[in-house]
Design a protein around this ligand. Structure first.
Ligand code: 13P
Length: 263
């Protein structure tokens, strides 16, 4: 299977946004747009990742959409199961609430919350063992790119998880390449640069797993309706992880539409 035959994913990462009333409005607006301009389920998977507190209300509100829109957790505990771990939410507890997707390795978690490769591996192992699908984020900083290390950094981040992912579990991983310098900055990687990195990631994955050719590799970093079509046209870009633009129903719908129709 070549990269371009993979069903694309468009996932909105709401990060630490928005307030409850605005979230409900956002979901309502998105459902109305899907009603007016349907996006076929087989042409694009769609998901949104709200704050932990809003996972179940978001899921309930989305259940009346005219197509499946998955609810994705932004984080999970590095501790499995249940127990005396104040403030934590485990993979099993997410699964118990029918939350089947989780982000791991976002640069904000790595950088602001100091999550090391070891912590991320614990999270990865728990998530996969509980049956969750993981969107694993990788990406280099501006300094790393400017010093020619981008590829090495990103491939190392892929290799990091290889020690804890069993051969069949690679099917339950989606990769999101998010160059840190493109997140929330309005600067997008050029489609050529993004495609080049995605091709490297796919090559790296293919050396580790037999699923490498069929895994979705999403791009993230200032994706907006204006650049979505160009990004979607790249053979190894199988979707988008969208931050800021996912907080606007119309923008998010246009991005999903672009991926559904360009792929
Ligand atoms: P922006 O789309 O706001 O740049 O954020 C990207 C991101 O970090 C998604 O996880």
């Amino acid at each position: 299977m070549s990269g371009s035959t993979i069903t694309p994913w468009v996932v909105g990462n709401w990060k630490m946004n928005p307030m409850q009333a605005d979230a409900q409005q956002l979901i309502q607006d998105f459902k109305s747009l899907l009603q007016a301009h349907p996006i076929d389920e087989s042409s694009c998977y769609i998901g949104v990742a709200p704050i932990t507190l809003a996972l179940t209300t978001t899921q309930t509100a989305l259940s009346s959409a005219n197509r499946m829109v998955y609810t994705v957790a932004q984080d999970l505990s590095r501790i499995a199961a249940t127990g005396a771990y104040t403030g934590e939410v485990s993979a099993e507890l997410l699964k118990d609430s029918q939350i089947n997707f989780v982000l791991i390795g976002h640069s904000e978690r790595r950088e602001i919350f100091g999550e090391s490769a070891q912590v991320l591996n614990e999270k990865m192992k728990n998530a996969l063992n509980a049956g969750l699908t993981v969107i694993y984020c990788v990406g280099e900083s501006l300094e790393q790119r400017e010093s020619g290390q981008a590829e090495q950094v990103v491939l190392q981040q892929i290799c990091d998880i290889a020690t804890v992912v069993d051969s069949e579990q690679w099917q339950n991983i989606v990769i999101a390449y998010e160059p840190i310098w493109a997140i929330g900055t309005g600067k997008t990687a050029s489609p050529e640069d993004a495609q080049a990195m995605h091709a490297q990631i796919r090559e790296g994955l293919s050396q580790i797993t037999t699923y490498g050719q069929s895994m979705a590799i999403l791009y993230g970093g200032s994706v907006k309706p204006e650049n979505a079509v160009e990004l979607a046209a790249c053979p190894d870009i199988n979707g988008a992880l969208v931050g800021g633009a996912s907080l606007n129903a119309e923008s998010f719908h246009k991005i999903a539409h672009a991926f559904a129709n360009t792929k």
